[in-house]
Each structure stands twice: as C-alpha cells, then as structure tokens.
Design a protein around this ligand. Structure first.
Ligand code: AMP
Ligand code: MG
Length: 551
C-alpha cells in the first residue's frame, strides 16, 4: 500500500505532496510500526545469546542484541520535528507521549522491530584497529515511509554488545547533544548526513567518564540519541571481511547494499562493482567538498567513521572553524593533526583507497584494473569539487586559470588577520564589492574589518575579485542572492554548543532547543540569535577550544 502511495505521490508537486503527506501523519505513536521483517534480516546475523560479552564475531554482518534501556527518571532533551514528520510520517506531537520517550530510551520497541548491532572494523589514525562495530548502538528496525524511503532508527548509548570491547555501552549527555544538534544542523546546511530524531537523558542512570584523560574520572548522566539513516554501513564494514577472509559474506553484503540502497547501480550491468565503487567514492568526495565549504571539520576520519552512503556519520570531536586556520584540529587527541581541516579531502581519498583494497577480495582481475583507473582520478575529482565550492561561496560560477591561487590568497589573508570563516563569507555577501575597502562600511562588519589589517594584500585581492565579477557579468543582485543562499549566518560553533551543554547539565534545555530552532534556518538572520551573539566574534574563552573523544 505504501509503495502504491509513493507512485501516486511522485506525480504531485511539492506543495500537494506535503499536503498528502500531512494527511498521512500518524498521531498515535502506538500505531507506528516497522516493516516486518526488515530487509536486513536477509543478511547473516549472529545469534550468540551472550550478547554483552565482547567477542570476535565471524561470518556475520550483524549481531542480534537486545537493547538495555536507560533506567531512572527521563527527560526528553529535544526532538527534531522535521525528522519525525519527513522521515517517519509522524505528527511531531507524538513526542509528547510516554510511548515515544520510552521508544527513545530503549524501553518500547514498535511492532516489527529487530534490534541488531553492526559488525565492522576500521583504520584508526592510519593503522588497522581490527574489529570495532556498534559497541553501544542498536538498529531498531526499518520504516518505509509514505515516499517509499527506507529509514532505520538507531539508538546510540543503548547498552553493551559483542562489540563493546572495554566500553560500557553508554553515552553521556554532552556528546549526545553535540551529535543531535550537529546532525540536524548539517542537514539544513545541505551537508549529506545521518539525521537525529530525539535525545533523552536519565537523572539516575550514571556512568564514569574521564573527560580530560587526566585520571580523574567523574560520574555523568547517561543519555541516548536516536539517529536515523537509510542504512548504517561504513567503509570498515567491508574492511573487516577482507581481514577475516570472508569473501562469501562480503559478496552477500555488497550485493545486498547495491540492491537495497543503490538502485541506480543495481539496475545496471555486470560491471556493477566498478560503478558502485565509483558512486561510493564520488558521494563521499562530494560530501567532503560541502564540509570544506562550511569549515566543518569531522575530527576523527577513521575508515569506520565514513559511511558507504557518503553521509556524515559519528559526530564526535568535530568543529566548525571560527577564526580561519587551515590546519584547524578540533580533536584534542589528534596530536599529529592527521584530521585537520585542510587534510580532509586527501584523507577521504586515502580512506577510499583502503575501501578499494577491501573490495578486491571479490573482484575479477579486470574489475581490479578498472577500479584502479577510477582511483587515479579521485584526487583531481575532489580538488575540483572543493574549488568550485569556494567559488560558489564567492558568488562565482565559472572557473578559470589561477582560481586556486585566487581562493588560497583569500584564505591566507583570513588566516593572517584571524578573520572568521563563516562570517567573512556571510558579510561579503552583505557588502557591495565596491565597498570592500571602505573602512566606514567594514566597521559594521566585524570579520571583514579584520581583513583590512592585511593592507596591500587585501586590496590586491579585492581588485581581483571585482575584476572576476565583471568578467563573469554577475549583477550585484545576483551575486548577493547566490552568496546569501550558500553562506550561512549561523553554524553549530563549539562555544555555542558548550554553553547549551552547560545549561542542559542542569536540566535547562532552552539553549539546546533554541539552537535546534535557529540552525534549522541557518541562512536566515534571527533577531534572538543576533542578541545572543551567534554571529558575533566568538568569546575569548573559546579561542583554541578542543574537544575530547571521551563520550
Ligand atoms: P566512536 O569513537 O564513537 O566512533 O567509537 C569507536 C568505537 O568504539 C566504536 O566501535 C564504538 O562502538 C566503540 N565505543 C565507543 N564508546 C563506547 C562505549 N562507551 N561503550 C562501548 N563501545 C564504545
Ligand atoms: Mg565511530
């Protein structure tokens, strides 16, 4: 029935589709059911009953693992009404029901649910780390929405699994807030990403964490974030199957992923593995280009933290750059800066090399050669994508010789003058390029004002920019409109998150919820956000802020 509706709906325009969908919204959460069985039930699932004892799992893609619910009194910290409505066909009001909060806390599983944890490995900081897997996450089931899309909600922080290694299977409030807010914020920016539907915290369920790795562990409250994706496979999902020499499981998994999640590749011919590799690679490189455009730095780009779908996954010690610094490293554990902002495109290419190595286990000699040829193009592919992302931020559409230097000169000047990444581009959209050297105008634009300190260097760049606009024939109205649409006023800056987290620790969730609201429309100026300084110069205490991996 749902599929039939999907065909019908695809013929409607956006507005009537919304109306049709609205009519279908489910307002009684008890009526919301998973598809039964979920498609992933066809894959090999390990049924070891000792689910909470760490073990090296063999010949399986998942382990069947019951959720260990959060205990104690619960608070619903925040909800993404859009995720509920657009992904799950749910009336956001369901979030007021007891069943819903119990659902997020792992206490209530809708009909058709099948709770599993995924087996994967990964290269961490360049070295093979062996089996990792969902050590504290459970996929709950599979929902096929009224648009025919498959969505799998996953709890993070929902108890031990065979993949827990030394961990307790839990997550704390601060990291869960960071994941919740950033997932939705990135979605609204236009970054491909996993989504987040809701977040609960328990007053009574406590865990020990050593946040600064100083030997001083403290008790913190346990929380669960409900994340949502079409599926949860990572590059490391294949890598573990290479390392354990399981070609048959790999073939089953790859064929399954292609059939269920890459229909455009599935329908094509025998060289589907080559097409699939190319698609996975391009999606991930397109994704990293969007990151570069927003100054988003993931922080832990291990191969287990890279989705096969090319969506941002596993938000940990990430950061959006404040004052521009090309080697920005938000993760306090990344001493060598392996995952610095400017290294991200190359790291993705490195990760995709490892992914190709894994896939070779099931490839013919001819396919290996074809994929080798694809691999040799990836560096150039991402370089071009990143460059055109920057040009678009500057309101330019055409590329020409010397563009790379042109962009680099601006970034270098921003770095030299500690100009802000987000606000420089945003303010550049707001000021007529003819006035980019006018002190009286720039005084009112704090980030641009900093650039004036670069003197002749800034003047030379502005001159080039003005010439570029003339050559392209971009009118001022067009330039402004283009730039305002791609340069946000607000991003999930770490200092703003830290303030929201501090309040949330005291059960005051106003700032978290306000952030969710503002970041839903990051390209629109919000009066209250302005008052709170969200597009002002970040406070001095936040300068050089780094985030811990402890979560
Ligand atoms: P992450 O840094 O969150 O991507 O996690 C890296 C690996 O450690 C994954 O396999 C996680 O499932 C696992 N892990 C992280 N924290 C915990 C925890 N508290 N309990 C169990 N496993 C964890
Ligand atoms: Mg991870």
């Amino acid at each position: 029935m749902k599929r039939a509706f999907c065909v019908f709906a695809s013929a409607l325009n956006d507005q009537s589709l919304k109306l049709a969908n609205n009519m279908k919204l489910i307002s009684d959460f008890k009526e919301w059911k998973f598809r039964s069985p979920p498609s992933y039930a066809k894959l090999p699932i390990d049924e070891n009953p000792e689910y909470n004892v760490p073990v090296a799992v063999k010949n399986a893609v998942f382990s069947k693992v019951p959720v260990e619910p959060l205990t104690g009194a619960l608070h619903l910290v925040c909800v993404s009404g859009d995720a509920l409505q657009d992904l799950f066909d749910l009336d956001p009001k369901v979030a007021d029901s007891e069943e819903f909060i119990h659902f997020v806390a792992g206490r209530y599983l809708p009909e058709g649910g099948l709770t599993v944890s995924h087996r994967y490995g990964g290269y961490q900081f360049g070295y093979w780390a062996d089996q990792l897997g969902d050590g504290r996450a459970h996929i709950l089931g599979e929902y096929v929405n009224s648009k025919g899309e498959i969505w799998q909600p996953q709890l993070k922080g929902s108890g031990e699994t065979p993949y827990s290694r030394f961990g307790d299977g839990r997550a704390v409030l601060r990291s869960s807030i960071r994941e919740m807010v950033a997932s939705e914020a990135c979605h609204y920016l236009g970054i491909p990403t996993t989504r987040a539907a809701a977040l609960v915290v328990s007053d009574d369920h406590k865990v020990w964490r050593d946040k600064t790795y100083s030997g001083n562990a403290k008790q913190e409250r346990a929380a669960i974030v409900m994340r949502v994706a079409n599926c949860w496979y990572r590059l490391g999902s294949l890598e573990i199957l290479l390392k354990r020499a399981e070609p048959s499981t790999m073939r089953t998994l790859v064929d399954f992923i292609i059939e269920h999640h890459f229909p455009e590749v599935h329908s094509s011919s025998d060289d589907k593995y080559v097409k699939w590799y190319t698609e996975v690679a391009h999606r991930n490189l397109d994704m990293v280009a969007t990151w570069q455009g927003f100054g988003f730095t993931h922080g832990v780009l291990n191969t287990d933290n890279v989705s096969i779908l090319g969506v941002t996954i596993d938000y940990g010690p990430y950061g959006f750059i404040d004052h521009y610094y090309h080697h920005y490293v938000p993760n306090s554990s990344d001493d060598m800066g392996r995952y610095a902002y400017n290294r991200q495109p190359d790291i993705l290419v490195w990760n995709l090399e490892k992914f190709a190595e894994a896939l070779e286990l099931i490839l013919s000699e001819e396919q290996k050669e074809q994929i080798k040829a694809v691999r040799s193009t990836l560096g150039e592919y991402v370089k071009k994508k990143v460059l055109s992302t920057y040009l678009l931020k500057l309101g330019l559409k055409q590329t020409q010789d010397g563009d790379e230097d042109f962009v680099q000169e601006l970034l270098q000047t921003m770095q030299d003058t500690t100009a802000d990444f987000t606000c420089t581009f945003r303010q550049m959209a707001e000021v007529d390029p003819k006035e980019l050297l006018d002190k009286s105008v720039l005084e009112k634009k704090w980030s641009l004002d900093k650039l004036l300190a670069a003197g002749a260097k800034w003047e030379a760049w502005v001159k080039k920019y003005q010439d570029r606009l003339t050559v392209e024939g971009v009118s001022e109205d067009e330039r402004r409109a283009r730039m305002l649409a791609v340069n946000p006023a607000y991003v999930a800056r770490n200092w703003i998150m830290q303030e929201a987290i501090a309040d949330a620790e005291k059960n005051d969730f106003e700032k978290v919820r306000f952030l969710m609201k503002v970041l839903r429309k990051p390209f629109e100026v919000d009066e209250e956000a302005e008052k709170r300084g969200y597009s002002s110069q970040p406070p001095s205490w936040s300068y050089g802020l780094k985030l811990s991996c402890s979560s």
